[in-house]
Ligand binder design. Structure first.
Ligand SMILES: [Zn+2]
Length: 525
């Protein structure tokens, strides 16, 4: 007797092989039988005629660290078919914590994660993961290099002493022993931006020894893209770690097309035995904190000092000059998008700024754009998120099609106008890029959302439809699926996701949320 049989669907098993029509029998939390037809007695049947049955999507790149605690039942992920998400990306995780530097970490990390929990009563990754109760989707965590570095040495702009390096390694080992899947870095953000390649290689040796992977927001995604990809490959080569290059793209018109070269570099690295992959979200605009437009030295010592500096007219003059002339190795957002390409997505106080570009606000205030941006950072105490229009649609397609690229949202579901990727990534690929533009097959798209990330993360019983696998599943209508979230109305639910199952339980039925407590925290063992 099965608990549930899904009948007559087009089963796309996640491997990339052609789909086939058949039935799935589920017992408890597992897929028990996959057959052309199952006629045994059953408690419940889902008739999937006309629909696709696929493994639940695995989001390799999420920033739901804080949301998983504040609102564990938040449903933006399961609404789009994601059953497992990986938090702790871009060097930012909520643990491990050193009490001495906790306020630095809290102030710094809050705008990246859409806020932070009020009761911060954990120090280790293990304790953090214990705090996540009945989440709506499964959660796996990375430990952030930035967080580890802050715990070991604060927001210092220098290399670590040998003692501090050991401390970082210990924290990474401890985090992985408690279930973290690896290390992430954010090398355009402080304190990642202060770290040299050797430091990352040393730390990744610890990660590699425990079978983890290294997800990296590389040191540059515009002028220095090629050098930055090279650094990521070098870290993989010299430490032996498995590398995942995050949200791959080329920012700034003059850098468009460089991804052809970087994809080739990754292919070459793999041919030499270095285990490198990439992930991507399907949009030609990115998003991060507005503070990221400032040169690295402005961030030294933490947010309070950054804001203090921004009050000084001489400092402002220096920053403006550097924005015009650039600093070697610095990701200069303003230079490659212009002020019209930087749009406020989220801020805490002056809500009417959301959705407007810095240029637009500057015109309204009758003030210089740079001065306007500094003013906003001060007015909002640094808690501002921006959307940056910087990429080419051709590049987005080229990256998406590449067989080594998997899908990750990089999403932060907040109020205001967050980047729509948090709500629409998966339906957008299946609707716009598969059905309408036909850039690749449905089978290939689903492989990039399921088995490929499962292999990278090391999730052995998820990401495929096969007998014995956990029944994390999504059933969607391939002729109607599409994202409805836009830059102006990001929080819209997608269309065409008919059912979502987590561990054999139905959590979404005909786009309606039934149960938002069926996920679990998955610890690396
Ligand atoms: Zn990032």
């Amino acid at each position: 007797m099965f608990d549930l049989v899904i009948k007559n669907g087009l089963i796309i098993d996640g491997s990339g092989k052609p789909g086939f029509y058949g039935d799935l029998g589920i017992k408890g939390d597992r897929i028990d039988l996959v057959r052309p037809e199952i006629a045994l007695p059953v408690h419940r049947i889902i008739d999937a005629t006309g629909w696709v049955v696929a493994p639940g999507f695995i989001d390799t790149h999420s920033h739901s660290d804080a949301i998983a605690l504040i609102d564990p039942n938040e449903s933006s992920k399961i609404d789009q078919g994601v059953t497992t998400e990986c938090v702790g990306n871009c060097g930012l995780s909520l643990a491990p914590v050193n009490r001495e530097y906790l306020s630095h970490l809290q102030k710094y990390i809050s705008p990246f994660l859409g806020g932070i929990p009020v009761n911060w009563d954990w120090e280790t990754i293990g304790q953090y993961l214990d705090r996540i109760k009945n989440p709506s989707r499964n959660i796996v965590a990375l430990v952030g290099h930035g967080t580890v570095r802050i715990a070991a040495m604060g927001l210092e702009n220098r290399g670590p002493t040998s003692h501090e390096l050991e401390k970082m390694k210990d924290l990474i080992s401890e985090s992985m022993n408690q279930g973290a899947f690896g290390l992430s870095s954010g090398l355009i953000y402080p304190p990642g931006v202060f770290a040299a390649t050797d430091e990352l290689i040393e730390l990744c040796k610890t990660v590699a020894a425990r079978g983890g992977f290294y997800a990296t927001h590389i040191r540059g995604e515009s002028d220095t893209l090629v050098e930055a990809v090279n650094e990521a490959i070098q870290v993989g080569q010299k430490s032996g770690v498995s590398v995942l290059i995050s949200h791959h793209k080329a920012g700034g018109k003059k850098n468009w097309g460089k991804i052809n070269k970087t994809l080739e570099m990754v292919e070459r690295a793999r041919a030499q035995g270095i285990d490198v992959h990439l992930d991507q979200y399907p949009y030609n605009a990115g998003s991060t904190t507005l503070g990221s437009i400032l040169p690295p030295w402005v961030h030294e010592g933490g947010l309070d000092q950054t804001l203090e500096r921004l009050k000084d007219p001489q400092v402002r003059t220096r920053i403006k000059k550097e924005m015009e002339q650039g600093i070697k190795g610095w990701e200069n957002f303003v230079e490659f998008t212009g002020w019209e390409g930087i749009v406020i997505a989220f801020c805490e106080k002056e809500k009417e700024l959301e959705g407007k570009s810095i240029l637009q606000i500057a015109n309204e205030r009758n003030r210089e754009p740079a001065e306007t941006a500094f003013d906003i950072l001060l007015e909002e105490a640094g808690k501002v998120v921006m959307v940056v229009y910087a990429m080419s649609e051709d590049d987005v397609r080229t990256v998406m099609k590449h067989p080594l690229v998997m899908i990750g949202t990089d999403g932060i579901p907040t109020s205001g106008k967050p980047h729509p990727r948090a709500y629409g990534t998966y339906p957008r690929i299946l609707g716009k890029y598969v059905r309408e533009e036909k850039i690749f097959s449905l089978e290939e798209a689903i492989r990039k959302m399921t088995s490929l990330p499962a292999q990278k993360l090391g999730l052995k019983d998820r990401g495929m439809i096969a007998e014995g696998m956990i029944a994390d599943l999504v059933i969607f209508n391939p002729s109607t699926i599409r994202e409805k979230s836009t830059y102006l109305n990001p929080q819209e639910k997608p269309e065409g996701i008919e059912y979502v199952l987590i561990g054999g339980s139905i959590v979404v039925e005909r786009t309606r949320l039934l149960d938002s407590q069926k996920g679990q925290v998955i610890r690396k063992i």
